[in-house]
Design a protein around this ligand. Structure first.
Ligand code: PMV
Length: 337
């Protein structure tokens, strides 16, 4: 039985994707920028099968394998991507998929980024579409069509931009590879629960916020600032851009109709602690949040130990995950079944 396996990192967005220009082609309203993170990964094995139906088994963090419930919104997106890629290949065989994460899913750690990039890469390989996998721009377009924008950025190594545009021009672009800058992202886990409003629904609600257009206008200069900060390895410039962008995205979320509140008391406690760490100890560490309560703290590797210890003393913080810049999605030889 033909089998392929891939591994893909999640990524942390420095400039966030929130809101779409096109809901069918999943074109984002704004370009976003992220870093792949080494400690949060999805591994996926796909085999062609002679069964009548596709079968998908998933293993969430600290749980056993279970067959995926196909009634959820996310599972439907997944099935749509299987059918779409099968049609391109003209191979009619169904697939059997096993997929597992080594980190809590849906808690604002971009689980969709690693899982949908792994799924798409694995499907292209199993259905013999090696050219589309090897061309990273085409791979990122194929990933975009499954509906997860953050997953697009996991197509390439290191620091990556996902450009807005049209069906041809909205794709991943590498800013720098994983060896360019020894940044770290320390995830401070305060909450392991599933988020109440999925990001895919959030993208549809974004433009109901009266602040959405203001965000889009003001973030144009922030995107440039972030790109330049990465190229020049300017941590303070990067830190200011990522904090402003996270606050701006959460302001849009909280003022959408209906509103979405992802932050919890522990999130605010971390924000205040990080600001005070900068002021009192002069340690350059900066916070950001995706669609969840868990904080990502960005600093340089030389401050890792101090910042990690400091975070673990905050009463709300249950655990931390340490991440370095990582490669994008890639094929591996070790299969899950
Ligand atoms: O990839 P999606 O469609 O789940 O959206 C990602 C949304 C954020 O994580 C909040 C921001 C981002 O750019 O990763």
């Amino acid at each position: 039985m033909k089998k392929v396996s891939v591994i893909s990192p999640a990524n942390i967005a420095f400039i966030k994707y929130w809101g779409r220009a096109d809901h069918n082609l999943y074109i984002p309203r704004n370009s976003s920028i992220s870093m792949n993170i080494s400690g949060c990964k999805t591994t996926t094995t796909i085999a062609l099968s002679d069964k009548k139906e596709d079968e998908v088994y998933v293993k969430f963090f600290n749980q056993k394998y279970q067959q995926l419930n196909l009634n959820t919104r996310k599972a439907q997106a997944l099935l749509k991507q299987i059918v779409r890629i099968r049609q391109i290949s003209e191979n009619k065989s169904k697939v059997k998929i096993f997929s597992e994460n080594n980190f809590p899913a849906d808690a604002g750690i971009a689980s969709s980024a690693s899982s949908f990039s792994a799924l798409t890469a694995g499907l292209l390989l199993i259905y013999g579409l090696q050219d589309k996998f090897a061309d990273k721009i085409e791979l990122s377009r194929q990933i975009r069509l499954c509906g997860s924008g953050s997953a697009v950025r996991s197509a390439m190594d290191g620091f990556v931009e996902f450009t807005t545009g049209n069906d041809q021009t909205s794709h991943a672009v590498q800013i720098a590879d994983q060896n360019h800058w020894d940044l770290v992202d320390i995830v401070a886990l305060i909450d392991f629960d599933k988020k109440k409003i999925s990001s895919s629904l959030g993208h549809e609600l974004a433009d109901t916020s009266p602040y959405f257009e203001t965000r889009i206008t003001e973030m144009q200069s922030r995107i440039k600032q972030c790109r330049e900060a990465i190229i020049k390895k300017d941590l303070e410039k990067l830190g200011m851009a990522i904090e402003q962008d996270a606050i701006s995205m959460h302001a849009v979320m909280m003022t959408s109709r209906p509103p979405a509140f992802y932050w919890q008391p522990g999130s605010m406690a971390i924000i205040q602690a990080i600001i005070s760490l900068r002021e009192s100890e002069k340690i350059p560490a900066y916070f950001t949040f995706d669609a969840g309560a868990n904080a990502h703290i960005i600093t340089e590797a030389k401050y890792l130990e101090k910042v990690n210890q400091y975070l673990q003393q905050i009463p709300f913080v249950k655990n931390t995950i340490i991440n370095h810049p990582d490669l994008g999605v890639r094929e591996i030889n070790k299969h899950l079944f």
